[in-house]
Design a protein around this ligand. Structure first.
Ligand SMILES: [Zn+2]
Ligand SMILES: [Zn+2]
Length: 552
C-alpha cells in the first residue's frame, strides 16, 4: 500500500483567527495524525453573549486513536485559545516551548484539568519525534515570546510550517531569525511551505521592536505629566521596552489589567524580563507624582473591560488620568474594533489628554511578515510549493500571486476542510474535503451557530420579550393573566397594549375548552400568535413570547 502525506486546515484558512491545522502520513488503512495549533476567534456583536469561537474539531476527534499529539507554534490566542475546550475530547499529548506551556497550563487550571502528564515541554530549537513526523522547532521572530516555525520531516519529504513570523533584526528578547538554519532546512528540499499570509498586502518590512523602543523613548521623554501606554499584553518585548523607558526617564512603572500581570508573571517564570526595574503596585502608584510614573495598561482595542477603558471612564479603582496627561496606543487597530477604539480615543481627547497612536507617530510594528520579509524566507527556504494559510481569502489569493512572482514552482489556494495530498515531485492536490464548522462558546457551553440559545438571544436583543402566565383553576376558570415584558419600547401606548392583550387572552380562552389538556398546546400557540400581532401593531416590535399555564 502506498503511503501518502496530507495537510488539512480546519481553521484559519479563509479567515483571520482560530488557526488549526492537521498533518497526516500513512496508508489509507494506517494513517497517523498530528494537530498544529488550536486557536480561537473573538466573537463580535452579531452573536450577542458569545465570547469565543473555535473550529469544529469533529473530523479529528473521530480519528483520535491515530492522533499522535498537538504541537503548538506559539502562545497567541488564535493558536492556543481553544485547546482546553477541545482537548478533553482528544486526551493526547501536547508539545509546546516553555512560555507557551506556562500559558497552556493556566488555561487547563481554569477548567480544573490537571494537564501535567500530557503537556510535554520542548526546548527552543530542539526536535521531537512523533511516529512518521520528525518535528524541528525553529525559533523565528514575531510579537510574542518563543514563536516557532516547524520543520516537519516525513518519509515523503520536508514541510516547513512557518507559524506566525516576521524578520526582526532586533527582537530585543530572544534570538534573531536563524537564517543559517532556515537555509539548511531549504537545502534538504522543502516540498511545501505552509506560510503566514497576514501582511501579504504590506510592502517593505514589518520592522523591528528595537526601532519602536527608540521612538517610544523619544516620545515619552518629551512628556511632562502622567504617561499611559496600552499595548498587547502578550508582546513581552514591548513590555520590556516600557520598563526600559521608565528607567531611562526616571519614572516608576505600574502594570494595570489582569492579562498584563499574567503575561509578566509567565515571562518571569520562564526566565525573561530579568534585568528590569521592579513595577509598583497600581494602588501604591497613587502616591507617586504625575511626572514620575508610566502605566502600562491592557485595553488597546477599546475592550469595555480593559484597564484603559475603565481608566478613561473614571471607574478604575486605582488609576486616573487628567488634562495634560498622555495616552499612547502602542498597538494596531484590529479590523472590526475601529468603532469601539475611536470612541475610547474620542472620550480621552475630549478631556484634553493627548492621544498618540500609530496614526500620528511611530509607536508600533506588526508581528507578521511584510512582502520583503516573505521574500527573504522564500529565498532562504526555496520551497517547491507554497500553501498560504493564516489569512482571509483575499490574503491567500494575494499570497498565491506573490509566490508566482517569486517563481515558486507550485502553489495551492486552500480553505478550511480541504484535504491536500503533498508529494515530493508533483503539484499538491486537493483530494477530499473534511467536515468543518465553528463552535460557539456560549457561557460554558459549546454550541453551534443554529443553537436555540443564540437564536433566542438574538431575537430577544432585537425584539424584546413578552411573558404571559395564565392561571387556570380546576373548574376551568381563567384568572386575569399575568403579563410582563422587557425590551419593548415604552410610551403611553404600552398601557393600552397591556389591556388589549388581556382582552385578547380572555377572548381566546373562551373559544377553547381550557381544561382539555389535548388542546393546551393549541391554546398556547394561538395566544402567542395573537398577542405578538397586537404588540406589533402597537409598537412595531414582534417580541419573543412565552406563554405559561399554571393550573391550580
Ligand atoms: Zn501570533
Ligand atoms: Zn496568528
Amino acid at each position: 500500500m502506498k503511503e501518502n502525506l496530507y495537510f488539512c486546515p480546519l481553521g484559519g484558512s479563509g479567515e483571520i483567527g482560530m488557526n488549526m491545522n492537521l498533518y497526516a502520513y500513512g496508508t489509507e488503512e494506517n494513517q497517523k495524525w498530528i494537530i498544529v495549533d488550536m486557536g480561537v476567534t473573538f466573537a463580535d456583536d452579531t452573536v450577542p453573549g458569545v465570547d469565543l469561537i473555535y473550529p469544529d474539531a469533529g473530523f479529528i476527534i473521530e480519528k483520535k486513536d491515530d492522533l499522535l499529539g498537538i504541537v503548538l507554534t506559539h502562545a497567541h490566542e488564535d493558536h492556543i485559545g481553544s485547546i482546553s475546550h477541545i482537548w478533553p475530547k482528544l486526551k493526547c499529548k501536547i508539545y509546546a516551548t516553555p512560555f507557551t506551556a506556562v500559558l497552556i497550563q493556566e488555561k487547563f487550571k481554569e477548567k480544573k484539568i490537571d494537564i501535567t502528564n500530557y503537556l510535554k515541554i520542548v526546548e527552543l530549537n530542539s526536535k521531537i519525534n512523533l511516529g512518521p513526523f520528525e518535528i524541528d522547532f525553529v525559533t523565528l521572530t514575531h510579537s510574542i515570546l518563543e514563536p516557532n516555525g516547524l520543520s516537519i520531516t516525513t518519509p515523503e519529504g520536508v514541510i516547513l510550517h512557518t507559524g506566525d513570523w516576521k524578520v526582526d533584526p532586533n527582537p530585543l528578547i530572544g534570538n534573531k531569525v536563524d537564517e543559517q538554519k532556515l537555509r539548511s532546512i531549504g537545502e534538504k528540499g522543502v516540498i511545501a511551505m505552509i506560510c503566514d499570509s497576514t501582511n501579504v498586502f504590506s510592502p517593505g518590512r514589518a520592522g523591528s521592536e528595537k526601532d519602536v523602543r527608540e521612538s517610544l523613548l523619544k516620545i515619552i521623554s518629551n512628556q511632562k505629566k502622567r504617561v499611559l501606554v496600552t499595548s498587547f499584553a502578550s508582546n513581552v518585548a514591548r513590555m520590556e521596552s516600557i520598563f526600559y523607558i521608565a528607567k531611562q526617564t526616571n519614572r516608576n512603572i505600574s502594570l494595570v489589567g489582569r492579562s498584563m500581570h499574567r503575561i509578566y508573571k509567565a515571562a518571569r517564570q520562564c526566565g525573561y524580563l530579568k534585568d528590569i526595574v521592579e513595577p509598583v503596585d497600581s494602588r501604591d502608584a497613587q502616591s507617586i507624582s504625575r511626572e514620575n510614573i508610566i502605566f502600562l495598561c491592557t485595553g488597546s482595542q477599546g475592550e469595555p473591560m480593559g484597564a484603559l477603558n475603565r481608566i478613561a471612564n473614571d471607574i478604575h479603582p486605582d488609576v486616573a488620568i487628567e488634562s495634560g496627561d498622555t495616552v499612547i496606543f502602542s498597538s494596531k487597530i484590529i479590523p472590526g474594533n475601529e468603532k469601539k477604539l475611536y470612541g475610547l480615543q474620542n472620550s480621552i481627547v475630549k478631556r484634553n489628554i493627548e492621544v498618540i497612536t500609530e496614526e500620528n507617530a511611530f509607536v508600533h510594528v506588526s508581528g507578521h511578515a511584510n512582502r520583503e520579509d516573505l521574500k527573504d524566507m522564500y529565498q532562504w527556504v526555496k520551497p517547491k510549493c507554497v500553501i498560504p494559510v493564516h489569512g482571509e481569502h483575499r490574503h491567500i489569493k494575494e499570497h498565491i500571486s506573490f509566490a508566482k512572482e517569486m517563481q515558486i514552482p507550485f502553489n495551492l489556494k486552500v480553505e478550511n476542510g480541504n484535504i491536500i495530498k503533498i508529494s515530493k515531485d508533483q503539484k499538491p492536490k486537493i483530494v477530499d474535503q473534511a467536515p468543518t464548522g465553528k463552535i460557539y462558546l456560549d457561557g460554558n457551553i459549546a454550541v453551534s451557530i443554529d443553537s436555540t440559545s443564540i437564536k433566542q438571544r438574538k431575537n430577544i436583543s432585537i425584539n424584546g420579550i413578552l411573558e404571559i402566565t395564565l392561571i387556570i383553576s380546576n373548574n376551568g376558570k381563567v384568572k386575569k393573566p399575568v403579563i410582563s415584558y422587557s425590551g419593548i419600547p415604552e410610551d403611553e401606548i404600552n398601557e393600552t397594549f397591556k389591556f388589549d392583550l388581556e382582552d385578547e387572552i380572555t377572548k381566546t380562552c373562551k373559544s377553547f375548552a381550557v381544561n382539555n389538556f389535548k388542546q393546551e398546546k393549541n391554546l398556547i400557540e394561538t395566544i402567542k400568535q395573537n398577542c405578538r400581532k397586537i404588540v406589533k401593531e402597537k409598537t412595531g416590535k414582534k417580541p419573543f413570547t412565552n406563554v405559561n399555564i399554571a393550573r391550580v
